[in-house]
Structures are given as C-alpha cells and as structure tokens.
Design a binder for this molecule. Structure first.
Ligand code: NDP
Length: 476
C-alpha cells in the first residue's frame, strides 16, 4: 500500500518513501508513505488558500453533511480501521477500535456544532446603535499531529477546523501514515470541495516547519513533545501567528488511606500502563499516603505481573508493544536514571514474543522522591513511579510539584478531600476515583502550566481556537 499526499483533491506520489512497520511484528510491512518535499507542502498550502474563501462561505448544512458523512463511515468501519491503527501503532485491538469509534463520534459531534454556530446581539451603550458579535473562520490552519493517537487527534483537530469554516493542511507523524491516509481517503469522498482538506506526509522538521513558517497559514494546532512545541511557539510568536499546543504530562494519581484499594489499583493500572503508557494523560506519578502505601504497591505488583504483554492484534493482549526502537531505548534510559537516583525498579525488561517487536514488561519504580528525573520528565512508556507521602496535604503539594498540568487524579472516599482536590489540583482535567486517562469527546481537553498553550481542544470550546471574533456596530 502506498500512502500518498492529498493536495488540491489529487493524490500525489513522491520519489522518496518511508516504510511503515508494525511494532508488534517487524516483518510485517504495512506500506510506504510519501515523503513530501517543499514543493508539495507549498502546493498544499496554495490549494488550501484558494479553497478557503468558498468553504468559509459554505452553509451550516453543507458542513453538517460533510462531517456527518465522515463520522458515519468511520463508525461503520471501526473494526477495520481500528485493526489498521493497532497494527501500525501497537495499541491493543480494543484500544484501536475504541479510538477509531471516538474519531467517528468527534466528527458527528462537530457536524452538530456546525449547525449551532452562535453569536451575540447586545444592546449598545449608545442610543439606537446595535452591537453584534459573530465568529468567523481563520482561513488556512496547519495541523501537526503525533503518533500516539493516529486517528483521534487528527479527528479532533480536523473536525472543528472544518465545522467552523477553515481550510486544512494536515501533517501527521511519520510513524503512523496508514491511519491518516485512511482518514484522508474518507474525507476526500465526503463531498468536501477539493483543496479544503490537504494531507502531506514527511519529516516534521521540514514539512511541519514549512507549515509553521508559511505566512498563508493563519494558525497552527500542534500535539506532541514539549521540545517541538516550544520551537513552534517561538516561530509562531515571531510571526504573530495564532497557535495552540498540547504537549506532555507528568500526571499525578493520588491514593489516600481511605481509598477503595481495588479502585485505586485498577485506576492506576489503566491510567499508567494501558496504551503502553504512551498517553499524554498517563498516570506516571502514583502519590500514595503512608497507611495504604505498602498494600497498594503489593497489589499493584501482583496486577502488573499478571498483565499480558503481546502482539497488539492478539485477542488476549492487554499491553501492546512500545511504538518503536527509539521510544523503547528512551524508556530503558529513564529506568536506568531512576535506579541511579535511588529508586527501586521492578519490571521493565525487554520481552521475547513469537514475533519480533518492541515488547517491554510494565515497570514500577518505588521509593522515589518528587525531585528525581523520573518524576519530572515525561517518559511516555509503560512505567510508573510511586512517591510515598504522609497525608493529603503533602499529596496535593507533591501532585502540584511539576512543570506540567494536564490531568490529575485522586482515589478517595472522602468528599472533603475529593472536593478540595478538584479545586486545587493544578491541572486542566481532574479525575476522582477514575484513571487520569480516558476522556469524553464532547467536553474540553487540555491542561495548564507546561502541558498546553492556547484555547482548549474539543467540545464547543474548540470554537475559541478555530474562529476569530468580530464585533460589529450598526446605526440603522
Ligand atoms: P514530536 O514532538 O517530535 O512530534 C510530534 C509531531 O511534530 C510530529 O508530527 C512530528 O513530525 C512533528 N514535528 C517534529 N519536529 C517538528 C518541527 N521542527 N516543526 C514542526 N513539526 C515538527 O514527538 P516525537 O514523535 O518525536 O516523540 C518524542 C516524545 O514526545 C515522546 O517520547 C513523548 O515524550 C512526547 N510525545 C508526546 C505526545 C503527547 O501527546 N503529549 C505525543 C507524542 C510524543 P514527525 O514525527 O513526522 O517528524
């Protein structure tokens, strides 16, 4: 299978391609992705620029029909597309199908949103003057997406961009071209006018950077690493270009003495290790009060040793492989650093399976402190660390002792502590007796501090980023 660029409604090959390999089975080649060049990304921006005015003038019904078509097809094909996703990214089949269904639901949600675009009409402070506040599209938006949610993240950027009348150029992560290509194929058949949606594969530092640097791209929405996000922020700021960043997390899961132990262990296993820990919302810091600490750690160890790590498509697999060799090496490097800094590491070995892949046993690092690098930097693997604390007050202080602020969880049966934590956890999303990962598709997603920049994604709040506000005064 060749994954081609989609530019101005035409599928285009490139001289050079990149091989798409299954991380569960390195002998399984999914296909070859185009490697776009400067001419192609410029042509995609041209196409989007030319198509933008007509799409900005489209009716809510036209937008609804397009987005509803896309959502309906994704949902109808969720088994097939979810299998493709799991094959290229390595999350389990259930997770791949779940992510695909979510992408379909996101398109359905924004189909509805395109009918609900609101403004305000206010009385002026001046006699007889009318004041109207409306939202307009931005023009061309550049979307740069990571590998860990190959269909859901493109969906939650593309759907609002189109619903609010923008043209799009998508630059997906090189590691996961198959899902982006499948999504683009559906979009290309949805009735959307040619050029409104464009897809260009290629390395981020060339193709992504060209999007960021183009004066004809009005805004950039990015999800990925902090380092790349900072570079994009600097480049956009220099041009006064609107941008939105979703970056890493170092999400705390607080477990208090009065927690239901089973609930706390399950929330931690799910939040820290499912999707191989490759989620920006992963519960990477487990902050546990003294009286429950040892029981919690013992039960968590039991659960981790029983988790089945294997081929993403095998029905009994609970944890798929790590996405690639570079990420596996990064995970191992962090375990070594944690050990060197005094943590006790259990698990984390490379695993041999019937097919050659990037398999790693889940790892737990105990006896850690908040100052250790394992508790300060995003690892992005099946690794969690445990920090022992005295009481709720210390737990909250440690939970907030981070440069990040995406998601924060607490397991407790105390309404008082749960309410206090909801109010005082420095995070964009707070979970009580639930994993830090796993969110609804119709409400805002995003964080505070170093995790996010700009307006929230998803739900009706997405309009903040994908539109600009106009205030009109009329003396009739
Ligand atoms: P990156 O931030 O490098 O990649 C994210 C996206 O940005 C990709 O599409 C990438 O393209 C693109 N990109 C890379 N460099 C530039 C650039 N200079 N200008 C514009 N776009 C660019 O993340 P990685 O995939 O390299 O992962 C590294 C680490 O980032 C992970 O270990 C993890 O810690 C973190 N991460 C966090 C995610 C999150 O959701 N918070 C998601 C993914 C990673 P391409 O990949 O094609 O080069």
């Amino acid at each position: 299978m060749n994954y081609r660029n989609l530019i101005g409604g035409a599928w285009q090959d490139t001289a050079e391609t990149l091989t798409n390999v299954n991380p569960s089975d390195l002998s399984d080649i999914l296909g070859h992705a185009a490697l776009g060049d400067a001419a192609q990304i410029n042509a995609a921006i041209d196409a989007a620029h030319s198509a933008a005015p007509a799409w900005a003038a489209s009716t809510p019904q036209q937008r609804f029909d397009v987005l509803d078509f896309i959502g309906t097809e994704i949902l109808a094909r969720k088994q097939e597309l979810g299998t493709l996703l799991s094959r290229e990214e390595g999350k389990t089949l259930a997770e791949g199908i779940g992510e695909t269904a979510r992408a379909g639901q996101i398109f359905k949600f924004f189909a509805g949103e395109s009918l609900r675009l609101r403004g305000d009409k206010l009385a002026s402070v001046r006699p007889n003057v009318e004041v109207e506040v409306t939202r307009s599209p931005l023009g061309v938006v550049g979307l740069i997406t990571p590998w860990n949610f190959p269909i859901a993240i493109p969906a939650w950027k593309i759907a609002p961009a189109l619903a609010y009348g923008n043209a799009v150029v998508l630059k997906p992560a090189e590691l996961v071209p198959a899902s982006a290509h499948a999504l683009a194929d559906i979009i290309a058949r949805s009735g959307l006018p040619a050029g409104v949606f464009n897809l260009v594969f290629g390395p981020g530092r060339k193709i992504g950077a060209a999007l960021v640097d183009s004066p004809r791209v009005t805004a950039i929405s990015f999800t990925g690493s902090v380092a790349t996000g900072r570079g994009i922020a600097a480049a956009c700021a220099a041009q006064l270009k609107k941008f939105q960043l979703e970056m890493g997390g170092k999400n705390p899961m607080v477990v208090l003495d009065d927690a239901d132990l089973d609930v706390a262990v399950e929330a931690s296993v799910n939040g820290a290790f499912y999707s191989t820990g490759q989620r920006c919302t992963a519960s990477s810091r487990l902050i546990v009060t003294d009286a429950i600490h040892d029981r919690f750690v013992a039960q968590l160890h039991d659960r981790l040793s029983a988790l089945r790590v294997g081929h993403a498509l095998a029905p009994d697999t609970q944890i798929g492989p790590v996405v690639d060799a570079r990420q596996l090496e990064q995970n191992e490097r962090y375990l070594q650093i944690a050990q060197d800094e005094g943590g006790i590491v259990q698990g984390g070995a490379r695993l041999i399976r019937a097919t050659e892949g990037f398999y790693m046993a889940p790892a737990l690092v105990t006896e850690t402190t908040s100052a250790m690098r394992i508790n300060r930097e995003e690892v992005f693997g099946p690794i969690a660390s445990v920090i022992r604390v005295r009481d709720y007050d210390e737990a909250l202080a440690v939970a907030n002792d981070t440069d990040f602020g995406l998601s924060a969880g607490i397991c407790t049966s105390s309404l008082k502590h749960a309410s206090h934590f909801r109010a005082h956890a420095q995070a964009g999303m707070v979970m009580v007796n639930l994993p830090t990962a796993g969110v609804d598709y119709h409400v805002p997603f995003g964080g505070t501090k170093g995790s996010s920049f700009g307006p929230r994604e998803q739900g009706s709040y997405a309009a903040e980023f994908y539109t600009t506000v106009k205030t009109a005064y009329t003396l009739p």
